[in-house]
Design a protein. Sequence first.
Length: 85
Amino acid sequence: MPVIAHVNLPENILLSLRNSTEEIGLEMKRALAVRYYSEKKLSLGQCTELAEMNELEFMKYLSKFKISIFNFVSEDELLEDIKNA
């Protein structure tokens, strides 16, 4: 079940960006997904869900930020991520 979080943004920021609130919300979710993936707080599968993308789209999106999906410290870490996907 989705949880709704409200974020207050100054109106002048919205006007400067010229994006809809929906577009900004999606960009925020994708930025969080990238951050949480790079910090290993969420698995690839969880981040694709947060970013509202499929796995291939999210992997391509990560590459824009020079973040590899093959950046694991140990085999156990890789297996844990696969289990959580």
